[in-house]
Design a protein around this ligand. Structure first.
Ligand SMILES: [Zn+2]
Length: 290
């Protein structure tokens, strides 16, 4: 009996130390930061994509929910600027660093996204259980959708494939501000997610259509990186246009994707861009060109 209880004690001690180690990895610090963008509009950075926080008459609209496990931290940041409850979540696209903490937003919350985004989300393990399905978009649209009214009005636009097949531009029209999702991640080469319908060749025209079709926006919250201007967003369409054109020219000259990367020359004005994904992007553009 005694030997058994010593053994049980040892096993218990082992289990406790394992649990402690596990809790420590769970608590790996991810610090979020909230910044004011315009009156009633904030951005929460860290822990995934940029999260937009728009305080309306009826409640708080949250655009994108970061990586899984970020829900309590997002809510804590929201509570630091308003007492109002979160009533609406807009997902700009399917990726886990933009939809990962949808399940933290329980209660009377409406979830909205593009119809192709919803179709992609339905394939993600997090949204397949009966519980997970509650956090899928309940409202979807095809090309344009307006929600709320007056100074709270939000216009959602879809101009075609790019980063994925279900990307949304979220325009806070009363504030002349827009959350672009990852179609505009910041001044960097994009991730083109062809498995979720992203399209290297259509990417520039989708951005150009947005720049031509959306009016009156001055301030941009990109999918990642710092808040910027409409002109930086407009330039990004030109960057992607010039990137695709450069690869097209190389392919026309008989160059392989690798040779196109080696000899690629982009206009001087893009010299500050982070070209970390250049190889992947050029390969996808090269393969996509007829
Ligand atoms: Zn993304």
């Amino acid at each position: 009996m005694k030997r058994l209880s010593v053994l049980a004690g040892l096993m218990l001690a082992g289990a406790i130390s394992l649990m402690a180690a596990h809790q420590q990895t769970q608590r790996a610090p991810v610090s979020l930061d909230i910044q004011n963008v315009k009156e009633n509009l904030y951005v929460i950075t860290g822990g995934g994509g940029n999260t937009g926080v728009f305080i309306t008459e009826k409640g708080v609209v949250v655009v994108d929910t970061k990586n899984p496990g970020m829900g309590p931290s997002i809510l804590e940041k929201v509570k630091s600027v308003t007492q109002k409850p979160v009533t609406m979540i807009i997902n700009t696209h399917t990726h886990g660093d933009h939809t990962g903490s949808n399940s933290a937003f329980t209660g009377a919350v409406e979830f909205i996204a593009h119809e192709n985004c919803k179709a992609s989300m339905e394939k993600m393990p997090a949204f397949q259980s009966d519980e997970g399905k509650k956090f899928l978009p309940g409202k979807t649209y095809k090309t344009k959708l307006s929600v709320l009214n007056g100074k709270d009005k939000i216009d959602l636009y879809h101009f075609g494939p790019g980063h994925t097949s279900g990307d949304t531009f979220v325009v806070f029209s009363g504030l002349k501000a827009m959350h672009t999702g990852d179609l505009f991640p910041g001044r960097m080469t994009p991730f083109i997610d062809t498995t979720n319908g992203g399209d290297a060749i259509e990417y520039p025209s989708t951005l150009m259509k947005a720049a031509a079709g959306i009016r009156g926006v001055e301030t941009i919250i990109p999918g990642h990186s710092s808040v910027t201007t409409w002109s930086a967003f407009k330039e990004y369409g030109e960057f992607m246009r010039d990137l695709v054109a450069a690869v097209k020219q190389a392919k026309n000259e008989g160059k392989t994707a690798d040779q196109a990367i080696e000899n690629l020359k982009l206009p001087e004005r893009y010299k500050d861009y982070n070209l970390g994904r250049l190889k992947d992007d050029v390969t996808k553009i090269h393969a996509g060109l007829k």
